[in-house]
Design a protein around this ligand. Structure first.
Ligand code: FAD
Length: 558
């Protein structure tokens, strides 16, 4: 079974919004776009049209299928959601009317494997701290300093994000005070701060061991990003019951039931700007659709580089390039099918982060200049073991994903070729990467070696093809210190009626996408959506006429 979430534009065309017309158009159905749409529908009575270029809604929360199996693309674990009452759990409960369940990953959410040494990251700040002290008994003061510094940095986030909702005029006055505490942390790299905290490079290498969650080694990544990510997972991780596609599937009814629509295979080609104001969009194929607000979830590079004509972008003074924050890293992902029951395999729910040694910056630099150098980072995830519903849906089976970094430049020369028809050299490069990632799986989980019956590798071109990111990037703009200093990464753009949303205006990850969507809805509706979420305000009731459409949100096709 293949789950296609949303309605196909190719098959059904655009629905009529009724005499009132659309109030807002959202370009892209990633979690950022869906969050903005759902909040505007619920709390501002907006009829929102979401346009998604792919055949299913959800952006990186999509899943894909092969007969009898299913894999996630961009969701392996989310911090805090397994704790009822946590802010993020309340946000998801609110957006999905409680229809999305989360499974706790248990005591150990991540294991850092450096050479032959293993370091478990335990759920709960004090448990984490204590276990780290067991591993590094001479570094107890450094570990305390680290935990406190994470906590202090996380505390600066609220004001930093609140500033993004201010109008440019008000912001100019209030900005410095709101942004400064976070920027003081953001302008340092992870390596800068870790050097202050500890003189033990092995401890520094372990503490930076989740850097794949933001895609930059410690010498390049902003400490602010690191602290937010570590803080996000400190109480452990959760996984969406039923797989990642449940996220979009359970958010859609709240949009459709309030007169909105989510159309797939609906690529936006251009944002229509007339008289200095965004008026709507033109779809590939030529159809135009209009609304007073246009919200782009497609990322800064696509929005300012492609969807606005060059002249319009130049006149508005916007650029797809953010100085010092290039496209984030690209990746290869090996999707593995195992013909044995997940429980019998005893794979465990813990993610593994595998490194050749503790010097992440050197390892990344070496690999990027020599593809045969040791893989600087291999991430293993066991989705079927994390999902308590997997065995019901796919009895007797298991899935594993192995992810590695891969510069887009290695694949660029095939960018104009077609999926599945890129030629022998491309296939050979894929075969080599497949062999290396498969080797990592079989070393870590030898019990699966004889039971693997299918492997399939995605490359940066796959990401480019399916999610539209120009350089196959995982996380939009790179999370460098410069990215956080860039003041224009916010919902407002210089073009009236055009707004940004999603991770490029906050940080990567589902939490970043959800926050990005909330910020944009806050700006457009001129009310604090995080407040509405935390109070779980019911908002506009579902329309009895539109409710049947909501029920058909997920169209399951054979
Ligand atoms: C391999 C991988 C693993 C990850 N693991 C995790 C994890 O474990 N936990 C976690 O929290 N995060 C994880 N992430 C990150 C997380 O998935 C993303 O940061 C987040 O989902 C991005 O949300 P978004 O709304 O900003 O954008 P996206 O999900 O990128 O959505 C943007 C959407 O816009 C659409 N679009 C683009 N151009 C157009 C156009 N012209 N017309 C119409 N539609 C368009 C795209 O097709 C896409 O659907 C992972 C990401 C990857 C790639």
């Amino acid at each position: 079974m293949t789950t296609h979430i949303g309605s196909s534009y190719k098959q059904h065309g655009l629905p009529s919004p009724g005499p009132r017309g659309w109030d807002a158009i959202v370009i892209g159905s990633g979690l950022g776009g869906l969050t903005a749409a759902a909040l505007l529908a619920r709390h501002a009575d907006k009829r929102v049209l979401v346009l998604e270029r792919h055949y299913t809604a959800g952006g990186f929360t999509q899943t894909f299928h092969r007969p009898g199996y299913e894999w996630d693309v961009g969701v392996h674990y989310v911090g805090d959601v397994h704790r009822p009452g946590s802010v993020l759990r309340r946000a998801f409960d609110h957006l999905t009317d409680g229809a999305l369940a989360w499974a706790d990953m248990g005591e150990i959410y991540d294991t850092i494997v450096i050479g032959d040494d293993r370091y478990d990251f335990l759920a709960g700040r004090e448990a984490f701290r204590a276990r780290m002290k067991e591993y590094f008994p001479r570094q107890t003061a450094a570990i305390d300093r680290y935990v406190e510094r994470i906590r202090a940095t996380v505390r600066t986030t609220k004001r930093y994000l609140a500033e993004k909702t201010l109008s440019p005029l008000v912001g100019a006055v209030a900005s410095p005070a709101l942004r400064w505490p976070a920027l003081r942390e953001a302008r340092r790299t992870v390596a800068d701060v870790l050097r202050e905290i500890t003189d033990d490079p092995r401890l520094a290498g372990v503490l930076a061991g989740q850097y794949g969650n933001y895609g930059l080694p410690p010498g390049q990544a902003s400490w602010f990003m690191h602290a937010l990510m570590v803080g996000h997972y400190l109480s452990g991780g959760g996984y969406p019951v039923g797989g990642a596609s449940r996220i979009a599937e359970t958010i859609l009814p709240g949009i459709l039931g309030r007169g909105g629509a989510v159309m797939t295979s609906a690529e936006v080609e251009q944002i229509l700007v007339e008289g200095g104001r965004a008026r709507g969009v033109r779809l590939a194929g030529g159809e135009e659709v209009r609304a007073p607000s246009v919200i782009s979830n497609a990322g800064v590079a696509v929005t300012f580089g492609r969807l606005l004509g060059k002249d319009v972008a130049a006149a508005a003074g916007v650029s797809p390039i953010v100085a010092g924050a290039p496209a984030s890293v690209a990746h290869v992902s090996l999707y593995v099918r195992v013909n044995t029951d997940t429980t019998a395999l005893d794979l465990g729910r813990t993610n593994r982060w595998i490194f050749p040694d503790h010097d992440h910056d050197r390892n990344v630099a070496r690999y990027f200049s020599d593809p045969e150098a040791p893989l600087p980072l291999t991430y293993l995830s066991f989705p079927s073991a994390k999902d308590p519903d997997f065995a019901r849906r796919f009895p007797g089976k298991a899935t594993i994903e192995a992810i590695g970094m891969a510069p887009y430049a290695w694949f660029e020369r095939w960018q104009d070729t077609q999926w599945h028809k890129r030629g022998a050299e491309y296939d050979a490069l894929k075969a080599r990467l497949t062999e290396r990632l498969r080797g990592a799986i079989e070393r870590e989980s030898p019990q699966v070696a004889g039971a693997i019956d299918h492997v399939e590798l995605s490359t940066p071109l796959t990401t480019q093809n399916f999610v539209g990111h120009p350089h196959g990037e995982i996380y939009g703009l790179a999370h460098t210190p410069e990215r956080f200093a860039a003041r224009h990464l916010r919902p407002h753009t210089p073009i009236a009626g055009l707004y940004l949303t999603g991770t490029d205006i906050s940080t990567c990850g589902l939490v970043g996408a959800l926050l990005g969507g909330s910020l944009t809805a806050t700006v457009i509706a001129r009310r604090n959506m995080l407040d509405a979420i935390l109070r779980d305000e019911p908002g506009v009731p579902m329309s009895p006429v539109a409710a049947p459409a909501a029920a058909a949100a997920a169209q399951v096709a054979p």
